[in-house]
Design a protein around this ligand. Sequence first.
Ligand SMILES: Nc1nc2c(ncn2[C@@H]2O[C@H](COP(=O)(O)OP(=O)(O)OP(=O)(O)O)[C@@H](O)[C@H]2O)c(=O)[nH]1
Ligand SMILES: [Mg+2]
Length: 251
Amino acid sequence: MEHTKPIRNAKPTVSVKPTIKLSELNLTPVYIALFVVLISIVLFFLWKKKSQKRTDLLLTGLCESGKTLLFSQLVHNTASETFTSIAENVGEYVAEGSGKSLRVIDIPGHERLRGRFFDQYKNTAKGIVFLVDSVTVQKDIRDVADYLYTVLADPSVAFVPVLITCNKQDETFAKGSSVVKPLLEKELNLVRNTRQNQLQSVDNSTSDVVFLGKQGKDFEFVHLSQSVEVIECSGRENDVKSLKRWLKSLN
Ligand SMILES: Nc1nc2c(ncn2[C@@H]2O[C@H](COP(=O)(O)OP(=O)(O)OP(=O)(O)O)[C@@H](O)[C@H]2O)c(=O)[nH]1
Ligand SMILES: [Mg+2]
């Protein structure tokens, strides 16, 4: 019977791992990844810095809607006599309780002035109060909706909360928010159609048009990128509870 003898002198096999010199490595993907991470960090900090600068509350709307009187109530706690504004008013609103403050900008309502002042402050806007005269809103609905559309369609404020404030509720014939809201939505639908048609007839392309809401659906505030609320108030009577509640949610 044959026995297999153990091989005593057999040398252990050494596996030699292939070594790669550092200089032979292709590090380009690593450099690209590092570059992308670095750029993302820089962009993140730039974006944060920019968004932190949003400290203003803009009061806007048509002439005579009550912006300056409301400004006076928020900033000075008094209902002073007002005149048509030709320049902006700037003041500070300090929230009761929290002590947090907002810079308030009262933008003149005159149609030749409001665009310029709105452009000046839109990039620092943290919130927009769009005032509506609840007594004359039905008569002026086209002008109100036209300006509101311009504000809502501005890309600089696409994510800035908007509070539509049905002012002058102390007046007997003032329309409530439950009437004003559907009235505005209906009219904004018409404004949207008109603007689309105007642009189509000009150059046959609608690429630059900001389409507010959902394609194929009637205009509704809930379809917008920014939050839109509709409330009632009276600047004259300093009945601004809902407004102050909304301001608290901004801070
Ligand atoms: N009844 C009533 N009148 C108000 C109220 N708020 C403002 N008014 C009056 O409406 C008129 C216009 O008010 P303003 O505050 O000057 O209006 P505005 O929006 O600043 O107008 P512009 O500066 O022209 O854009 C004034 O006669 C105010 O007294 C309110 O809550 N109730
Ligand atoms: Mg004014």
